[in-house]
Design a protein around this ligand. Structure first.
Ligand SMILES: Cc1ncc(COP(=O)(O)O)c(C=O)c1O
Length: 390
């Protein structure tokens, strides 16, 4: 795709030739390697577009119960401080989180969502031509920010059983690469490397490769045959970052806050150079600090979500769908029909899911685990849209 096509896409195809020529002179050519992020429609967009009154928003893996009541109460006290810039080092949050996780605050870096941290890491690390290894299908930003910096992305696919191809991954990581980035459990599938497999990958990784282990769904996964990379990395290896987020289990997606646990203080300091100084707003810092001091709400939401995930997976399998094993707060399966058409038909009924669009998976949908009511509505709408499966 040329830059002409990029500018055309960004502006709905309405650019004149001369406008496109001008932009071509200023835009990074690597932008042509990136597709627009598939964020989908907001609830308000869907409400205004379709004449429906009942909704199930199951597209972005949020926690429909939201944050702990204590977090909401704390946010009410914020108003008198809003004229002040936030703490550039997120100091109180770093202390609260370091106590919660039992790690040094010096290793913690915060991002406007963990997606910003992926961008910060790529800006700090990836140079043109660098080899970057990831899984496929994937959280698209793992690839996009690496490509934007000129990285050459190598994808490791899944087995037929929708599991990570461990053999191919072990082979790929043994050779030098600048970065190995993947989510465990992985998005969109929900499959994961168990502790033994993760240790194998870490042991096989070339020592000069930076490991970026995205644990966005960690809180849902720890009840399963799973462990954090934190428990697998050797003390002498400092080339790693673990990413976590407050957007999923902690119910704070709207405030945009995620964090990275860095292999060393020096790595965190280096990454901080590519971070905008006030990237975490006051509300997000406060909410996340209060959240980790009252984790009982998060834990009970998570347990309930896991129960509902198993129920939904079972109900889908009884309809004949091959649902991938998932340790996340979502399920992924093949509807054997163009996913965007199925998503559109569901949306007309008020159910919003994520149609997967990556090549090879464009008949798959990813459905977040919602409330009992939302999950029931999703099944009812799916049965109406794809009746041959009932
Ligand atoms: C694997 C993975 N990493 C990162 C993110 C980004 O999360 P955040 O809201 O913290 O930016 C997501 C969001 O869906 C995700 O699935």
């Amino acid at each position: 795709m040329s830059i002409h096509n990029i500018t055309s896409i960004r502006n709905g195809g309405a650019d004149s030739e001369s406008e496109m020529n001008q932009l071509d002179k200023v835009l990074r050519p690597t932008l042509s390697n990136i597709q627009p992020y598939n964020a989908g429609l907001s609830l308000n967009d869907v409400k205004s577009r379709y004449d429906v009154t009942e909704f199930a928003k199951l597209a972005s893996n949020e926690n429909p119960s939201g944050p702990a009541p204590k977090v909401l109460n704390a946010l009410k006290l914020l108003s008198s401080d809003l004229f002040l810039y936030p703490d550039a080092s997120s100091g109180e949050l770093a202390t609260a989180l370091s106590n919660y996780l039992g790690i040094s605050a010096d290793q913690l870096i915060f991002g406007n969502g963990s997606e910003e941290l992926i961008s910060i890491i790529c800006r700090s690390v990836v140079q043109p031509g660098d080899r970057v290894i990831t899984l496929y299908p994937s959280f698209p930003l793992h690839e996009d920010y690496a490509r934007l910096m000129g990285g050459s992305v190598e994808r490791i696919g899944l087995t037929k059983a929708l599991e990570i191809d461990l053999e191919a991954l072990l082979k790929a990581v043994a050779k030098p690469a600048k970065m190995l980035i993947f989510a465990n459990p992985m998005n969109p599938v929900g499959t994961w490397l168990n502790p033994r497999q993760l240790k194998q990958v870490i042991a096989a990784k070339h020592p000069d490769t930076l490991l970026v282990l995205d644990e966005a769904y960690y809180e849902y996964a720890i009840a399963g045959d799973y462990t954090s990379g934190q428990n697998c990395l050797a003390v002498e290896d400092q080339n790693w970052i673990i990413l976590r987020t407050f957007s999923k289990a902690w119910g704070l997606a709207g405030l945009r806050i995620g964090f990275g646990i860095c292999g060393s203080k020096a790595l965190r300091q280096a990454l901080d150079l590519s971070r905008t100084p006030f990237n975490i707003n006051r509300a997000a810092q406060m909410a996340a600090a209060v959240a980790v001091q009252h984790d009982d709400h998060m834990k009970s939401c998570t347990a309930e979500t896991i129960r509902r995930r198993e129920l939904l997976s079972h109900d889908l399998r009884t309809r004949g769908y091959e649902v991938a094993q998932s340790l996340g707060n979502f399920v992924f399966f093949d509807v054997n029909h163009p996913s965007t058409e199925v998503a559109e038909d569901l949306m007309k009924r008020g159910t919003i899911i994520k149609p997967w669009k990556q090549v090879g998976y464009d008949t798959f949908i990813r459905v977040s685990i919602g409330t009992n009511q939302e999950n029931t509505k999703f099944l009812k709408d799916l049965d109406a849209v794809l009746p041959h499966h009932v």
